[in-house]
Design a protein around this ligand. Structure first.
Ligand code: FRU
Length: 595
């Protein structure tokens, strides 16, 4: 033992809700002397003699060296697990290390609390023949066993909604809803990329100054310096967010402006905040764009009716000429549809700039197509579905992207209600989707948005296994023996007389149901009609997520899953009849986190 964090004696198992599931009468708890007290506990040296080490853990999420448990061999950390509770208290959970490769070695377990702000509780560390939970390991930063290898995650702590997405001078800026270890409030995390592949993590862009949270919003380049905030001839970059008063219900959410005059490196709050006050407590998520033709800015706000009457929720469209003073121009709804994180932008149909349409998208990425003249948005159709279930939410497109591109990122949320304890044993929680290019294409039903991984993704391919075109008889595995971890699969087939085509990745299954003309994955299904008898699938498989795109992006499904590398066998089979494989290329991808 070192430090005083763990107190002199075990804590009573019954002493706190956080110790629920603890075994026996006592637990090792580093909170006895308060959140800030630090300490370490060491086991006696022991010989690794069984395949697994299991233990119970609970506590604040951070790097394991700060709050977590390590296994040391010859003084080196060979396994680790972070405490992973985001907030609230759901009791202790099992964590498991697979230590088969360490058999016979002498080892020590160390429990760490080197944190100023949180504690952890650990119990019942034991070798076993049995894994009590999915084996994990967080000992190698950025290559932790459940860390996505080509999806954006926060270095440590919580990440959700994509915020303030903008492009400026060769750099893509992503901000996100973030709770870093020790923060009780949501702030805007920040990462940048020059290729939409590799991300550089930046300091928090908008910290929480007063204990309020900075909820979702958008960003853009104020090219004309309409805000007057620019300095030295550089256009200011503007971020719009919702200041959320947390538990103080006597105050309401208001909309704030932050800006950068150094190309997005540092951010300041606008001195005249708030820029917009509305009547209700929970109005939020300003989606702002500049309308060149009328030389005015527009802000779409989610008027959520305090989250209590969702069918009555509306979007309000506000207008400004300086980004600082806003006037309500139009309300859309209620029709049970308008919900969170609005994103409004213009797109050409089939790339034809004479046929421009306006898109109004909500958090799920379902959308309405319409026209907009700087005075009124006029919907031209009923709402259209783009999200068919699975894990994809709070999407946003980049403003100011080069060559008129519309690139979208969404939060690939894990399933509720287990948000807090998702990514067990990891210092981070949640991940973003791959960046996706949106195009608007003419179809028999009218213009429809297609969504597909950005072309940059092909640069991650390090090796390709191109399998021959052939007839695949029912029951045969077209991918037998193919087993890389990070994959980009291109698969095109003629449905012939097959009834069902299944691509399996360990426990996960993507299927195509020929009769129903549906693509299924993650308990969700999306309509996908063969094109001249052909179905095309593109599947991105990361360590803990899977994204599948049908017919060049006519539909997609995404989801989060956890496995260990030894449980990721691939199979591709047809049932009820054979298919004709037209193309089957399996690309192995590299990690975006370089050593
Ligand atoms: C969507 C959302 C937004 C809000 C943010 C808070 O996921 O509920 O409406 O601004 O999350 O983190």
């Amino acid at each position: 033992m070192s430090g005083e964090g763990f107190g002199a004696n075990p804590a009573k198992t019954t002493a706190s809700k956080a110790f629920v599931n603890g075994l026996g009468s006592g637990v090792a708890w580093s909170g006895a002397k308060g959140d800030g007290a630090k300490g370490r506990m060491f086991s006696k040296e022991f010989q690794v003699s069984l395949p697994y080490i299991n233990f119970l853990i609970n506590g604040a999420r951070d790097n394991s060296a700060v709050l977590g448990v390590d296994l040391l061999v010859d003084g080196k950390v060979v396994r680790s697990a972070s405490a992973t509770e985001e907030r609230g208290s759901t009791g202790m959970e099992w964590r498991t290390w697979d230590v088969r490769d360490l058999e016979g070695k002498m080892a020590i377990v160390r429990i760490n609390d080197q944190s100023e702000h949180g504690w952890l509780v650990v119990d019942d560390i034991r070798q076993s023949d049995e894994a009590k939970s999915l084996p994990i390991d967080a000992s190698v930063a950025w290559h932790e066993s459940l860390r996505p290898q080509f999806h954006l995650t926060a270095p440590r702590g919580w990440l959700s909604d994509a915020n303030g997405l903008l492009y400026y001078k060769g750099t893509w800026h992503v901000f996100y809803q973030h709770r870093f270890p020790g923060s009780n409030y949501v702030v805007w995390g920040h990462a940048t990329s020059t290729d939409l592949l590799e991300w550089k993590h930046r300091p928090v862009a908008i910290p929480s100054g007063t204990g309020d949270s900075n909820f979702s919003g958008s960003g853009l380049v104020d090219w004309e310096n309409a805000s007057g905030l620019g300095e030295n001839g550089e256009p200011p970059l503007l971020l719009f967010y919702t200041l959320h008063p947390n538990k103080d219900k006597s105050r309401k959410c208001v909309q704030h402006l932050a800006y950068s005059v150094d190309g997005g490196t540092t951010w300041r709050n606008f001195a005249g905040n708030p820029i917009l006050k509305t009547d209700d407590y929970f109005d939020r998520d300003p989606g702002v764009f500049w309308h060149k033709e009328s030389r005015a800015a527009f802000l779409v706000l989610s008027l959520s009716k305090n989250n209590t009457d969702r069918p009555a929720a509306e979007y309000g469209i506000y207008r400004s000429t300086d980004f600082k003073q806003w006037e309500l121009m139009q309300k859309l709804g209620p029709n049970g549809w308008f919900w969170e994180c609005p994103d409004m932008f213009e797109m050409p149909v089939d790339g034809d700039h004479a046929r421009m349409k306006w898109i109004l998208m909500k958090a799920s990425s379902d959308y309405i197509i319409g026209s907009f003249d700087g005075k009124k948005f006029i919907p031209e159709n009923d709402k259209i579905k783009l999200r068919w279930g699975g894990n994809y939410y709070a999407t946003q497109t980049f403003s100011d992207a080069p060559a008129g591109r519309r690139v979208q990122i969404g939060w690939m949320n894990t399933d509720k209600p287990n948000w807090a304890n998702s990514f067990p044993g990891m210092p981070f929680n949640q991940q973003m989707s791959c960046p996706r290019e949106l195009t608007l294409r003419g179809t028999d039903a009218g213009p429809r948005i297609y969504r597909y991984p950005v072309r940059e993704f092909e640069q991650l391919r390090v090796k390709t296994i191109a399998l021959p075109s052939r007839n695949l008889p029912p029951g045969e595995n077209a991918l037998a023996g193919v087993w890389p971890e990070l994959l980009d699969i291109e698969f095109e087939f003629d449905v012939r007389d097959a009834k069902r085509i299944a691509l399996r990745i360990g426990t996960e299954e993507i299927t195509y149901d020929v009769m129903a003309k549906k693509l299924n994955a993650f308990k969700a299904s999306a309509p996908l009609a063969p094109d001249d008898g052909l179905v095309k699938l593109r599947v991105l498989i990361d360590r803990t997520s899977l994204e599948v795109f049908g017919n060049d992006g006519a539909c997609d499904l995404s989801g989060v899953f956890y496995t260990t590398p030894d449980k990721r066998a691939l199979s591709l089979t047809a049932a009820g009849g054979g298919i004709g494989i037209k193309k089957l290329a399996v690309h192995e991808l590299r990690s975006i986190w370089r050593e």
